[in-house]
Design a protein around this ligand. Structure first.
Ligand SMILES: Nc1ncnc2c1ncn2[C@@H]1O[C@H](COP(=O)(O)OP(=O)(O)OP(=O)(O)O)[C@@H](O)[C@H]1O
Length: 489
């Protein structure tokens, strides 16, 4: 999704900062050659001979002829803390860091790089000291403070990486095992541009600046923060994902190779540093010029590791600022830095908000959630029904068991009564009460009795057989019901 910025583009912001005279400079009686105008944000540099002239008229003439003035977005006077316009670390963060962090949260890639000769205050500006932290720790602190204030539905993750470019090779400064096997490779992705392959990235929740290694004035150090945000857009109700990157770069000292007087390895080192810095100069010049031309030059990003990695930050999808650090009493180097910074002002970048709607996956997630929920609900209902059924069956079997017991008892009583009757009948059959009959009538009576006894015997035999069957049936029933009751429980 392009922002209006992408069509118009905007210039690289340039801030110049002058440091205080150091002990050595004060001891040799060096004078501050820099003047800054707080109203116009102009920085002027005066030739040292003109500055040192005791002649008032010569000095006045010199201030017209021998001073060079450049106007920047900001000119920060860090020479004397007593000065009313003194700009310390906090002022720098307030006028640059804060705004760039705003851009990062808005979804823009951002980059601030510190440029200047050795000892001009680049590392102090980027890192600062424990007592007076610079841009990197202030940015990290502010970043986590802002993340903490976001609502729970606005999810954020922060990853950092830190590498240096030394002798045109990339070395990871955060990896636990740093191998010296020729450095990390640089690759280019169609979406994200050049990147360092296999660079350690750490997800962090607190200030990460303490993890940093010592700075080397001979290497270019690149600290990168990647912020990933996921939140709901209140107007469109869609899920938005923003991934933006903040690069904070502390460049090596910009002094020319011939001025270092280096030989051997140091010379190679110097020329390699110079290769990155001179290429940076050519890239900046080319970008600055291209804006005025119809037919654009090919920008020589690929001519050095530094410019290749910073391709996007220098002329592409990024809001970029340069802090040009200057020494107060070094005319040549400071003038060269001021000219460099003046040229950088003309570079235009075209930053876009790096965001995408995440509706598809959000809808997918919602559907999945609904499916899971409904299957849970139907399983719950099913389970409830099964429980009910089981309870009903248990009650039924308990009732059956009670009835069975009752019937069993009744049958036992009946059987016992029948047994008693049978026993008596058999007894009376075996030992009949003798009947004394003197006449024929008595014989007839005896025969009748004998027949009745026989009939009774047959009747009891049948009855006993029936009882046997009945008993077997009952035992089978008991066995059947016992199995069913155990299964149901
Ligand atoms: N604005 C400032 N206020 C106070 N002291 C400063 C300021 N800028 C720089 N210094 C001091 O000047 C010295 C040199 O600064 P610094 O190391 O930051 O320079 P540098 O440009 O990073 O040098 P190099 O290229 O060698 O890394 C340090 O002692 C630092 O504390």
């Amino acid at each position: 999704m392009d922002s209006p910025t992408s069509k118009i583009g905007e210039n690289v912001r340039v801030v110049v900062r002058v440091r205080p005279l150091n002990k050595r400079e004060m001891e040799r009686g060096a004078k501050c050659l820099i003047a800054m105008d707080n109203d116009t944000q102009a920085t002027s540099i005066l030739r040292p001979d003109a500055r040192d002239s005791g002649n008032a008229r010569a000095a006045k003439r010199a201030s017209n002829d021998d001073s060079k003035t450049f106007t920047y977005d900001r000119s920060l006077w860090s020479v004397n803390p007593e000065d009313p316009h003194y700009a310390g670390q906090e002022s720098l963060y307030d006028c640059l860091g804060k705004e760039f962090l705003d851009h990062l949260f808005a979804g823009y890639n951002t980059c601030i790089f510190a440029y200047g000769q050795t000892g001009s205050g680049k590392t102090f500006t980027m890192m600062g000291s424990n007592d007076d932290p610079g841009l990197v720790p202030r940015t990290c602190n502010d970043l986590f403070r802002r993340v903490d204030k976001l609502s729970d539905s606005h999810q954020c993750s922060v990853h950092i990486s830190y590498f240096e470019i030394y002798n045109e090779k990339v070395r990871d400064l955060l990896a636990a095992m740093v191998s010296d096997n020729g450095g990390l490779k640089i690759r280019e992705s169609p979406c994200d541009g050049p990147y360092v392959e296999d660079l350690a990235e750490f997800q962090v929740r607190t200030t990460a600046s303490t993890a940093m290694n010592d700075q080397s004035s001979r290497s270019h150090a690149v600290f990168t923060i990647v912020l990933r945000q996921l939140f709901q857009d209140l107007n469109s109700k869609s899920r938005i994902e923003k991934i933006s990157r903040f690069r904070l770069v502390d460049l090596a000292g910009s002094e020319r190779a011939n001025a270092t007087g280096a030989t051997g390895i140091r010379l190679k080192e110097g020329s390699n540093i110079n290769k990155s810095l001179t290429t940076l100069g050519r890239v900046i010049a080319s970008l600055a010029e291209n804006d005025n031309r119809k037919k654009r030059d090919v920008v020589p990003y690929r001519d050095s590791t530094l410019t290749y990695i910073l391709k996007d930050s220098l002329g592409g999808n990024s809001k970029t600022a340069m802090v040009a650090c200057i020494s107060p009493s070094d005319y040549d180097e400071t003038l060269s830095t001021l000219r460099y910074a003046d040229q950088a002002k003309r570079i235009r970048t075209r930053a876009v908000v790096n965001e995408k709607e995440n509706n598809l996956s959000a809808k997918l997630l919602k559907d999945q959630l609904e499916n899971v929920l409904s299957s849970h609900v139907s399983r719950g209902v099913e389970l409830e029904n099964l429980k009910k059924e089981k309870d009903e069956m248990r009650l039924m079997f308990e009732e059956w068991a009670r009835n069975l017991d009752r019937e069993n008892k009744a049958l036992k009583i009946e059987r016992d009564a029948l047994r008693a009757h049978l026993r008596l009948a058999i007894e009376s059959y075996k030992n009949p009460i003798p009947v004394i009959c003197e006449n024929k009538e008595a014989d007839v009576e005896r025969e009748k009795n004998a027949k009745a006894v026989n009939d009774l015997h047959d009747e009891w035999s049948d009855l006993l057989q029936d009882i046997g069957h009945f008993k077997r049936d009952i035992q089978e029933d008991i066995a059947t019901f016992a199995i069913v009751a155990t299964t149901a429980a």
